[in-house]
Design a protein around this ligand. Sequence first.
Ligand SMILES: [Fe+2]
Ligand SMILES: [Fe+2]
Length: 271
Amino acid sequence: MEPVRFIHITDTHLNAPGNKPLFKQADMADKLRNVFLHMQASQCQPAFVLITGDLTHDGDKEDYAYFRSLVDEASSSLGVPIYVALGNHDHREPFREGYLGEQASTQPYYYALTIAGMRLIVLNSQVEGRHHGEIDQQQMAWLAEELQESAPLGTVIALHHPLLNVNIASAGQMLANAEELAGVLKEGHVTGIFAGHVHSNNVGTYAGMLSVASSGTAFSGEMIDEGLLRLYDSCSYNIVTVSPSTTTVELITLPATDREFHRYNPALHMA
Ligand SMILES: [Fe+2]
Ligand SMILES: [Fe+2]
């Protein structure tokens, strides 16, 4: 069985050119374009690209239409499909209109597909208007059903909010029902769980399953003095290779200025 290689990107935090940027010091669209150019130059030849949420920062229809134009451009130059998940900065109605070209609807966005013997299940952990994540009961039942279907290379799970607890995030900002989700995932042949949200690079296990919570293309965060969180310029993505016996995650870091964008006390303000 041939391995399947894919690219994991997260937290692109784009806004359309006419809308207020997240940070005036950086163009998030340029950063994403650079990532696509970098992966093209590296000739890593992925089967697909996965983007795990916070696709846009403010999430209006124009932001999604702009994001979609960049995704379509990259998909056509790389010659591979690009799959996306929703994050806490995303909004379902404008996403469905601006990105999917559908009628506005608050339906959660989750789906499953099989690529060259590998199942990919993309979950909707985003809860409208809230910072934390949750997998609702209807989706949990759907997931349990989907995991019944086996695949030679097992199943990769994608969602915005990681199961892992990481140093820079407080519990109130994470996945509320991580344990319940892990209980369902353990029933399937899960070879890796890929997420973002935390704006730092973390790899570990949760209930014995490989769990990745990545920083992404837009910025990283680190705790500094007096409980302050410093957000700074950085840019990275993962090359993931799934074979019958191993899953490998190669972190690719692009040059960035390390310049500080913002600092704040996360206990006082949920950014
Ligand atoms: Fe984010
Ligand atoms: Fe997030």
